[in-house]
Design a protein around this ligand. Structure first.
Ligand code: BGC
Length: 740
């Protein structure tokens, strides 16, 4: 199964590349024909992007300047103009410009436009590329139906610090899984070929290493070795390039002292040079003139100069290009060739989207209405949400809820909170569409079971006035379900937290309720891994439900009642203590291994264990799986060869279930010290009770390679350990292999 999936994605990518090559030739000719007509002002206009929050709706008149710029051909793209009526209206202004070059409309459609899917980190817990691709595809369909051409997604930043609020926007901590998810999301947004009316341009962001901002503080500096950059942080961007991502966005951080919008190394050497990227790069919002605040340049003109020279093609909302590029060209500080190259990249995308043929082709009211009310989209978000849930703990198999529980208490500030279920970056969300846990449970739990609800506390405050009622309701119940966690605006951009425990009085509320002695199932909701030692120790079961989108309540109720067997696996490590952060399964060996007798504390802490609370890859099921019969077709291979590893997976429980089988590799002796484990393969399989299947992994030189001291991706001869299991800390089968 694992093999089949990989080859389908590879075929899709190969097809896209062939298509793209043929298309590029005609597109280039058409681009050149427009370029010949353009003045310098019009060229610079293409590199300028404004936010249209203020040009649509009642504020149109106040923004006459922006509209005027559009009519003069001084704007290439607008963000945050949405809806067929609005995009049509603003495009009409562009059609009044001399050359009638259509505008590109972009927006952050991160996990759905109207139909809200689970936040990206949650979706990553599915480890299911088909579902992730489907979610992106539906987001794109809805976005394209409201006149948008471009989403600022996927965020492919590897993130290993849960204090960073934007960890919710990405695929978690792992590079290998992140590569697959980057590909799936790009293909989902763009379809097989740009120009489809159900697709938008993707934007791989934030280039690069934004996920490693120091101490998880948003917008901060990143100091990183070349080795770490190439090994861990760049690969998902390369995967996005290979999948055909139409655009890239630079980031808000500095990388080794250089703001990334001014990074020649990232944008010219790596992206447009080594990776031969033909799409265009947009800055992040205002990040070009933020170079002044960084203390990297004295003024906006220098900022524009640095950015254009370094390969940033479009200026998002800093007005630096529109105000200064002309003078920079006229004084010969910037060559017209650089401007032409940037303009061509942008025009090419406008041609590929078909906008020169019909600038209003994404503006169709009927399509808009149909797509925003498409019942298939609701079904899809429910399916993705069900599979994003991770069962962290299930003491004495208390879940699924047994028939003997006749009185269920639902307690907690997130049990009936609609907006919070959608998380941050919720597109054009409509909270009225959300099914909460309380309403989902009421619908799914059979007659004869009484559900009593009380909120108990707020999410963020220290108020305890609801505790007495919560204790009373709990005492009167057979089972308590507590919905606890963060508010939707406590993760996301600019939402870093130093304390990632439960906010407000929620932990106390849990203690008060748990002290009643009634069994407690905790359903935790958040955009990041939280730290919840008390709950981890005392709750009878824990479901990690992230922010699951519009169908959150139905999905959680399906898992609680057993209609759906949970299959999610953590895409990120859950620490025990903030002091352990950053913590990853992908850690390094040291000269003082933790369990050695001498000075063992040098590699650990004296106050908490080294191990995380829940490891990368962890996730339980209502059934059990047995791993057996690991077989290798050979144990040695040459660089151009391969080893096929196969094993038997058996569902040994009484329910049908899905398991994510994970393969990790370790290179015990290498010219660059290697992590103790690296994920190098996985496969998700569904098995009926008692059924078995064979899982096959292919190991080749690619599987064994790493960036060596010369930053060359290569595999070194020697022995390797192959570890296969159900989580990074639950290895079931191992074998040694050798590369000759
Ligand atoms: C974020 C980007 C986003 C942009 C446009 C910025 O603040 O960092 O990720 O795409 O705004 O909304």
């Amino acid at each position: 199964m694992y093999k089949v999936k990989i080859s389908l994605i590879a075929l899709a990518i190969a097809g896209i590349q062939l298509n793209a090559e043929a298309q590029r030739k005609t597109v280039n000719q058409r681009v050149d024909s427009v370029m010949r007509l353009m003045t310098l002002d019009e060229k610079i206009g293409q590199l300028n992007q404004y936010s249209g929050r203020e040009v649509t709706g009642p504020l149109v008149k106040q923004n006459a300047n922006m509209l005027n710029d559009i009519r003069q051909g001084k704007v290439g793209s607008m963000l945050n103009v949405q809806g067929v009526q609005n995009t049509r209206h603003v495009q009409e202004e562009a059609m009044r410009s001399r050359l009638k070059i259509p505008l590109l409309f972009g927006m952050d459609v991160i996990h759905g436009y109207k139909t809200i899917f689970p936040v990206p980190l949650a979706e990553s817990a599915t480890w299911d590329m088909d579902l992730i691709r489907l979610s992106a595809h539906i987001a794109a369909k809805e976005a394209a139906a409201v006149g948008l051409h471009w989403t600022f997604a996927p965020m492919v930043d590897v993130a290993r610090d849960p204090r960073w609020g934007r960890i919710m926007e990405g695929a978690g901590e792992d590079t290998y899984l992140g590569n697959d998810i980057a590909r799936a999301r790009v293909l989902g947004f763009q379809g097989d070929k740009l120009g489809g009316l159900d697709a938008v341009m993707a934007c791989a962001k934030h280039f690069a290493a934004y996920g490693a901002v120091s101490s998880g503080r948003d917008y901060n500096d990143v100091e990183m070795s070349e080795h770490q950059l190439w090994e861990t942080y760049l690969p998902p961007f390369k995967a996005a390039v290979d999948a055909g991502a139409a655009t890239f966005m630079s980031s808000f951080n500095t990388l080794n002292g250089v703001p990334t919008a001014a990074s020649n190394y990232l944008q010219r050497d790596i992206l447009k040079g080594q990776w031969k990227y033909s799409g265009f790069v947009v800055s992040d919002w205002g990040s070009i003139d933020q170079m002044i605040k960084w203390g990297y340049v004295p003024d906006k003109k220098q900022a524009a100069l640095k950015a254009i020279i370094s390969g940033c093609d479009m200026d998002m909302m800093s007005y630096s290009y529109i105000e200064h590029l002309k003078e920079l060209v006229n004084t010969k500080q910037v060559s017209i060739k650089l401007i032409d190259d940037a303009v061509k990249r942008i025009l090419a995308k406008k041609f590929e989207l078909g906008l020169f043929d019909d600038p209003y082709r994404f503006c169709n009211e009927e399509r808009e209405k149909a797509e925003l009310n498409n019942p298939e989209h609701v079904k899809a978000t429910l399916k993705v949400a069900q599979r994003s849930i991770v069962l962290l703990k299930n003491e004495a198999s208390i879940l699924p809820i047994q028939n003997s529980f006749k009185k269920i208490a639902v307690i907690g500030p997130l049990a009936d909170s609609k907006r919070d279920m959608q998380g941050a970056w919720a597109g054009a969300n409509d909270a009225d569409r959300v099914v909460t846990l309380l309403s989902g449970l009421k619908q799914k739990i059979g007659n004869g079971v009484q559900i009593t609800y009380t909120k108990g506390s707020t999410i963020k405050t220290n108020d305890t006035t609801g505790f007495a009622e919560a204790v009373k309701v709990a005492k009167d119940a057979d089972l308590v379900i507590m919905a606890l966690g963060e508010a939707y605006d406590q993760s996301g951009e600019s939402r870093s937290r130093a304390d990632i425990g439960l906010p407000g009085s929620q932990d106390q509320l849990f203690s008060a309720v748990q002290a009643t002695g009634k069994p407690v199932v905790a359903v935790l909701m958040a955009g990041r891994p939280l730290i919840f030692s008390n709950i981890a120790a005392k709750a009878n079961a824990i479901l990690y439900a992230w922010f699951l989108g519009d169908q959150a309540g139905n999905a959680i109720a399906d898992v609680l009642t057993g209609a759906v067997n949970p299959s999610g696996k953590l895409p990120v490590t859950f620490p025990r203590s903030v002091g352990q952060i950053p913590l990853t399964y992908n850690d390094y060996k040291t000269g003082h291994p933790y369990n050695s007798n001498v000075f063992q504390y040098q590699t650990g802490y004296i106050d908490v264990p080294n191990a995380p609370r829940y490891a990368f890859g962890h996730g339980l099921s209502y059934t059990t799986f047995k791993y057996s019969d690991l077989k290798l077709d050979r144990s040695t291979m040459r660089k151009n060869g391969k080893i096929t590893a196969s094993l038997t997976l058996t569902n040994t429980g009484t329910r049908a279930g899905e398991e994510v089988v994970q393969m990790y590799i370790h290179d015990p002796v290498a010219s660059v010290v290697q992590p103790t484990k690296k994920l190098k393969g996985y496969g998700k399989v569904a098995l009926e009770p008692g059924a078995s299947t064979t899982i096959v992994f292919i190991i080749n030189a690619e599987t064994l390679s790493f960036y060596n001291q010369q930053l060359k991706w290569d595999a070194e001869p020697g022995k390797f350990k192959v570890m296969i299991g159900s989580a990074s800390d639950d290895i079931k089968l191992q074998a040694d292999i050798e590369l000759q």
